[in-house]
Structures are given as structure tokens and as C-alpha cells.
Design a binder for this molecule. Structure first.
Ligand code: CNA
Length: 295
């Protein structure tokens, strides 16, 4: 029976040497860490997992990265569904999904913008190790595209060009009357409903729940996933449709899933990594193997 790993560095430790906080994290992770059929002996240290991922990257030519909110938690932006996520902090008994819906926006715009300013805008957030690694991979022409559910714009901020933002981007805002564009600061610094000089309402160019996704973004994203030889799905619960179903278009060899919690696609994965994605990519960047983008 191998010794359990501490959640932060992957080094085997005895549970009785852990402090209470770390121990509860360890228990939570061990409970999540064993999908059906998973052998204890197959548990790999994070370094080994990073090496395996590096090897897959080295052998791949057409990688697509499918990202969710978990990729940006390392940049200080909370996700929705983990324990520290926004779902744990319901506002007046309303879930973020209800508030960020088309009907709520039209019926209660003031409450929508209050929530939006408080929870969806992070002007000081910067790309983390995952975003930076993907930029290097695109420069080496290994990464065909990033398909993201994130609206924070961090993949583009890192320098990536081929980014399919399925749910839009908080950095783009427009007047619903005259179409004038505005930076996010215009919304952040306003109170109540943000208004254009023409009097129209300024809204972020994000897809609200109940609104359709942009057709051409979907076509491009699905084409990249279909043609990929490796699909890396990271930091997503795969709970939001239709985005989650796009991953089913994948026909290639390596399906890698990196997520702290189980996802509905885990049984399809050829490599399943239940780790912190930012820490994993920090390790991957430092490996100096052929899988690292610098080689
Ligand atoms: P989600 O449903 O909140 O799932 C996030 C998943 O990531 C969870 O399963 C977590 O366990 C996992 N996770 C969190 N942090 C890490 C980490 N560091 N390492 C590994 N796994 C981690 O979010 P989804 O993206 O699946 O849901 C799609 C929604 C969330 C989209 O509509 C987004 O617009 C929306 N959202 C986006 C952002 C953002 O742009 N940064 C933030 C919050 C919500």
C-alpha cells in the first residue's frame, strides 16, 4: 500500500504528520481521487503525471486545450462549483446561474450589474503558469487552439491568438442602442445600470444563461476539436451545455483530463489527473523534458 501524498507537492507523507487543514484537504482528495477501477498502485506522483503529460505533448502535433474556470483560480478568480466557488455564496438565495441569465438581466438589471461588478470583474488578474505554458505551445505550432468557457480573457492576455471564447469576454462591452464599445472599467466605475452617452445600456459581450452561443465561434471550436490528435480538458466540471458536449467531437488519440474533482468525461480519459492544474503546469514548465514548450 503506497503512502498517501500531501495535496500540495506530491511527496509521500504519513497522514499523522499533516496539520488539520492539510489533513482535511488530503481526505477530500483521497475521496475524490479514485474513480471506479482505479488501482491504488497506479497512483502517480504529480511529477510522474507531469512527465506523462509532457510525453503526450512531445508526441502530439495538433493539441487543443479546452479550459474552464479552474484554469483561472490560480490567477485569483473564483470558479463556480468548487467549495470556494461562487455557488457556495448565493446572493439573496439566487445562484450565479440565475443572476447571470438573460431573463434576470432584462428583469433586474440593477441587481445583475451589482453582482457582475462584485464577482465577475478582476482587473488585477494576470495569466498564470497554465496560460503562459499554452502561449509557448502555440508559438511552437503544437497548439491548434484553445476552446474556453472562461470570460476573463486571460488566454488572450497571455498572448494566444487561436482562442475560441465560447461564452464571450468581459473586456468587450457595448452599448445596446448605438453599439459603441467600452472597456470593463466603464462598468466597474459606474453604479446602478451603466449607461452610454446616448443613454443606452452598456452590457458585457458575454453569453448569458439562456442566450445562444456565437455560431462562428462554435463552428471554429468544434472543427479544432474534431481535427485534434490530443485534447486536454482542464479546470472544468463539464456541467454547462452546449460547451461540454463539444468535447465529444474529439476523435484523436489522447484525451487528457485535469481536474480536482470528477467530471462526467473521466471514463473516456486516456490520462486522468486529479491535481491542481496550475501546480501541474508549473512542474511541467520546469521539467526541461522534450514535453516542455521551451524544447
Ligand atoms: P465550474 O463549474 O466552476 O468548474 C470548475 C472546475 O474546476 C471544478 O470541477 C473544480 O474542481 C475545478 N478546479 C478549480 N480550480 C482548480 C485547479 N486549480 N486545478 C484543477 N481543478 C480545479 O466552471 P466551468 O468552467 O466548468 O463552468 C462553466 C461556466 C463557469 C462558464 O459559463 C464560465 O463563464 C463560468 N465562470 C468563468 C470564470 C472565468 O472566466 N474565470 C469564473 C467563474 C465562472
Amino acid at each position: 500500500m503506497p503512502l498517501p501524498r500531501a495535496p500540495d507537492h506530491g511527496i509521500p507523507v504519513r497522514p499523522d504528520t499533516l496539520d488539520t487543514g492539510t489533513l482535511s484537504l488530503y481526505i477530500q482528495r483521497e475521496m475524490n481521487a479514485r474513480p471506479e477501477g482505479w488501482q491504488a498502485g497506479e497512483m502517480l506522483t504529480m511529477k510522474k503525471e507531469a512527465e506523462q503529460l509532457g510525453e503526450i505533448i512531445r508526441r502530439s502535433r495538433r493539441i487543443v486545450f479546452f479550459s474552464g474556470a479552474g484554469v483561472s483560480t490560480g490567477s485569483g478568480i473564483p470558479d463556480f462549483r468548487s467549495s470556494a466557488g461562487l455557488f457556495a455564496k448565493e446572493e439573496n438565495g439566487l445562484s450565479p446561474e440565475m443572476i447571470l441569465s438573460r431573463s434576470f438581466f432584462y428583469l433586474h438589471p440593477e441587481e445583475f450589474f451589482d453582482f457582475y461588478r462584485k464577482h465577475m470583474l478582476y482587473p488585477d488578474a494576470v495569466p498564470n503558469a497554465v496560460h503562459r505554458y499554452l502561449f509557448e505551445l502555440e508559438k511552437r505550432d503544437k497548439l491548434r487552439g484553445i476552446v474556453t468557457q472562461n470570460i476573463d480573457g486571460l488566454h488572450k492576455q497571455a498572448g494566444n491568438i487561436r482562442v475560441y471564447e465560447l461564452h464571450g469576454n468581459v473586456h468587450e462591452n457595448y452599448c445596446m442602442e448605438c453599439n459603441a464599445s467600452y472597456p470593463p472599467e466603464k462598468i466597474l466605475r459606474s453604479s446602478g445600470i451603466p449607461r452610454c452617452d446616448c443613454g443606452g445600456v452598456i452590457r458585457p459581450n458575454i453569453v448569458l444563461y439562456g442566450e445562444p452561443l456565437e455560431k462562428y465561434v462554435c463552428i471554429g471550436a468544434r472543427r479544432e476539436i474534431t481535427n485534434a490528435d490530443t485534447l486536454i480538458i482542464a479546470g472544468t466540471s463539464l456541467a454547462v451545455e452546449p460547451a461540454a458536449s463539444f468535447t465529444e467531437d474529439f476523435r484523436g488519440k489522447n484525451l487528457v483530463i485535469i481536474n480536482r474533482e470528477p467530471t462526467p468525461a473521466d471514463s473516456r480519459a486516456s490520462l486522468l489527473i486529479r491535481e491542481d492544474v496550475t501546480e501541474l503546469f508549473q512542474l511541467l514548465s520546469g521539467l526541461g523534458t522534450e514535453g516542455s514548450p521551451a524544447s
